[in-house]
Design a protein around this ligand. Structure first.
Ligand code: HEM
Ligand code: NAG
Ligand code: NAG
Ligand code: NAG
Length: 316
C-alpha cells in the first residue's frame, strides 16, 4: 500500500516539484537513528523558554511547503541582491528560526551531512503539535533542501482576505483538497495574528458595512479597540483562538460562532461542503485530529529540493 500511495503522490505533485522522490518513515533508520529524539528535545527546550515557538514552527512548515515544496526554502537568508522568502511581506509572524538552527547543529554533531533541513522542519512542526497537546504521527522523511528562495514567491501564499474559491484554488494547485483546507486551517488553533492580518474585517469592510457583519459583535468591538484605524503599535493583535497554546478543536467551535479571526477562516462556513466539515471537527476532537494528521502528511509530502544543507540558512 505505501509504495502505491507514494507513487500517487509523485504523479499528483509532479507539476509543482522539481524532483520527485519517495519519502519514507524509516529513511534515516540506518544513517541517523537518533534524529527524531534529537529534534524533539530541541523543540521541547525551546518551548520551555518561549511557548510561542510551537505556533511559529507549525506556520513555518506550512509556508515552506506552499512555496517550491517542503524544501526549507523558507529558512534561507537573503544574500547579495537576492531577497529571500523570510524577508518577503507576509513574513510578519515568522519567527523562531533559531530553533531549527539548534536542532540542525545537534543533528550534524551526530550524523554529519545526512539529514535535510526540510526534514528537520517537518519533524519540528509535528513535535510542536504533539507538545501542544495535539495528535502524533509518523513523519515521512527523505526531503531534500532547495537552493532558491525569493521574497516575491511569497505572493503565492494564500492571503487572509481570500474567499472560499480563492482558498480552494490555492490548495488545489498543490494537490490539496477542500477537506485538506478545512483540516489544515485548524492550525489556527495555535498562535497569534497582528492587526494588519484582520484589518479588512474591522474597518471599511465593504460598501455597506464598516465591520464584517458575520464577525461576532463583541469580538469585533474588542478587535477594533486593540487595532484602531491608524494602529501604530507594532505588535498589537490577538490570539487565534481562546486556547491558543493548546492544540484542540476550539478553533472550529469559535468559527461556528463568528469568532474566527481571518476572512479566510470565516470563508470556511460560507460553503455547504466546508461548513459541514467545520461542524464535524467542532463536535469531535478525534475527527479533527484524524483529518489534520492525514492532511499534514499530504502537505508535508510536497517535495522540491536537491541537496542536504550543512547550515539551514545557506545553500551548499
Ligand atoms: C488556509 C489558508 C491560510 C491563511 C490565509 C493563513 C493566514 C495566516 C495569517 C494571516 C496569520 C497571521 C500572521 C500574523 O498576523 O502574524 C496566520 C498565522 C498562523 N497560521 Fe495560518 N493561514 C493559512 C493556513 C495555515 C495552515 C495550513 C497552517 C498550518 C497547518 C497555519 C498555521 C498558522 C499558525 C500556527 C499561525 C500562528 C503563527 C504564530 O503565532 O507565530 N495556517 N495564518
Ligand atoms: C520580514 O521582512 C522584512 C522586509 O520586508 C525584513 O526587514 C524583516 O527582517 C523580516 N522579518 C523576519 C522575521 O525575517
Ligand atoms: C472570490 O473572489 C474572487 C476575486 O475577487 C471573485 O472573482 C469570486 O467571485 C469570489 N468568489 C466567491 C465565492 O465569493
Ligand atoms: C458586504 O458584506 C456582506 C456580508 O458578507 C454581504 O452580505 C454584502 O452583500 C456585502 N455588500 C457589498 C456592497 O459588497
Amino acid at each position: 500500500m505505501a509504495p502505491i500511495i507514494a507513487l500517487a503522490f509523485a504523479f499528483l505533485f509532479f507539476p509543482l516539484s522539481s524532483s520527485v522522490s519517495a519519502l519514507s518513515s524509516n529513511y534515516y533508520d540506518q544513517t541517523c537513528p537518533q534524529l527524531e529524539q534529537t529534534v524533539t528535545s530541541t523543540v521541547q527546550k525551546a518551548l520551555q523558554n518561549d511557548r510561542t515557538v510551537a505556533a511559529a514552527l507549525l506556520r513555518m512548515h506550512f509556508h515552506d511547503c506552499f512555496i517550491r515544496g517542503c524544501d526549507a526554502s523558507v529558512l534561507l537568508n537573503s544574500k547579495g541582491n537576492n531577497r529571500a522568502e523570510k524577508d518577503g511581506p507576509p513574513n510578519i509572524s515568522l519567527h523562531a528560526f533559531y530553533v531549527i538552527d539548534h536542532a540542525k547543529t545537534a543533528v550534524e554533531a551526530l550524523c554529519p551531512g545526512v539529514v535535510s533541513c526540510a526534514d528537520i522542519l517537518a519533524l519540528a512542526a509535528r513535535d510542536a503539535v504533539v507538545l501542544s497537546g495535539g495528535p502524533t504521527w509518523e513523519v515521512p522523511k527523505g526531503r531534500k533542501d532547495g537552493r532558491i528562495s525569493q521574497a516575491i514567491d511569497t505572493r503565492q501564499l494564500p492571503a487572509p482576505v481570500f474567499n472560499i474559491s480563492q482558498l480552494q484554488q490555492s490548495f488545489s494547485q498543490r494537490g490539496l483538497s477542500l477537506e485538506d483546507l478545512v483540516a489544515l486551517s485548524g492550525g489556527h488553533t495555535l498562535g497569534f495574528a497582528h492587526c494588519s492580518s484582520f484589518q479588512n474585517r474591522i474597518h471599511s469592510f465593504n460598501a455597506t458595512f464598516d465591520v464584517d457583519p458575520t464577525l461576532n459583535p463583541s469580538l469585533a468591538s474588542n478587535l477594533r479597540s486593540i487595532c484602531p484605524v491608524n494602529n501604530n503599535v507594532r505588535n498589537a493583535g490577538t490570539s487565534l483562538d481562546s486556547t491558543n497554546f493548546k492544540f484542540d478543536n476550539m478553533y472550529y467551535k469559535l468559527l461556528l460562532q463568528g469568532r474566527s479571526i481571518f476572512s479566510s477562516d470565516q470563508a470556511l462556513v460560507t460553503d455547504k461542503r466546508t461548513r459541514a466539515l467545520v461542524a464535524k471537527y467542532a463536535s469531535s476532537q478525534e475527527e479533527f485530529e484524524n483529518a489534520f494528521v492525514k492532511s499534514m502528511i499530504k502537505m508535508s509530502s510536497i517535495t522540491g529540493g536537491q541537496e542536504i544543507r550543512l547550515n539551514c540558512r545557506v545553500v551548499r
